[in-house]
Write a protein that binds this ligand. Structure first.
Ligand code: HEM
Length: 210
């Protein structure tokens, strides 16, 4: 078995099941009535933090590949992104259904008036085109260049998600600041890599030049 086949047949299903762990934790807690004194808050916070964690994992895959040269890791990027969208959808639905009883006017009121909801909503809405166009078919249809450009929306999603968390937490901002730092490093790595590639390209002599 080649390393790519092993990743596809063995590691991927294991990672998929592990990624369902936070969801299983919620189902288990709901079943046994073990979600604390405010279950809606527990569900919202749990799904919110896992959305952010999967966004960070998605963003980390490419830099980890650069650092380690372990190319099969790229097969996990789509899965991580779709899990971010899965937990983000659960997070939004909890808020929409349990907090606002399916009244979109109430949600919109919050989006307009509360900056942390504006940021969360922006992060979530930008994930929709990414999830919809994540398949190989869409890469072919859009062309690699356009697809890559579109999928840079993940950077704005990540920044908006961190702001959402920072603005939601009023007192102790330690945890949001950790996420802000990690997202900052992951975005800076891309800027650094692009600058380095541009400077290397500029150094390659054009044919005919000395
Ligand atoms: C990418 C999208 C999003 C991410 C990554 C995200 C992440 C988070 C995180 C990390 C928390 C705090 C968890 C904690 O304190 O332990 C949170 C809380 C919250 N989020 Fe989001 N969020 C997103 C989108 C949204 C959207 C679209 C809405 C609603 C329109 C929303 C509404 C809320 C609310 C109301 C809370 C506070 C829950 C409470 O304290 O009761 N979020 N979110």
């Amino acid at each position: 078995m080649t390393s790519t086949t092993a990743v596809r047949r063995v590691v991927k299903p294991v990672v998929f099941l592990a990624s369902l762990g936070p969801f299983a934790w919620l189902v288990y807690g709901a079943f046994w009535g073990d979600l604390g004194v405010n279950p809606v808050e527990t569900i919202t916070n749990h799904t919110g933090i896992w959305t952010l964690r999967f966004i960070v994992i998605t963003l980390a895959i490419t830099p980890v590949r650069w650092l380690t040269g372990f190319n099969p890791i790229i097969h996990f990027r789509r899965m991580a992104g779709l899990f971010a969208f899965f937990y983000g959808s659960l997070h939004f639905l909890t808020y929409f259904v349990l907090d606002h009883s399916l009244m979109f006017a109430g949600v919109w009121d919050d989006v307009v008036k509360r900056p942390y909801i504006t940021a969360g909503f922006t992060a979530f809405v930008l994930m929709i085109p990414l999830a919809l166009t994540s398949s190989q078919g869409w890469i072919r249809r859009l062309g690699g260049r356009t697809w890559n450009l579109l999928h840079r929306l993940i950077y704005i999603t990540a920044i908006a998600a961190v702001l959402h968390y920072l603005w939601k937490v009023k007192l102790d901002t330690t945890n949001p600041m950790y996420y802000a730092a990690i997202v900052g490093v992951l975005l800076a790595a891309r800027v650094w890599r692009r600058a380095r590639q541009a400077s290397l390209a500029a150094r390659v002599p054009v044919r005919g030049e000395a």
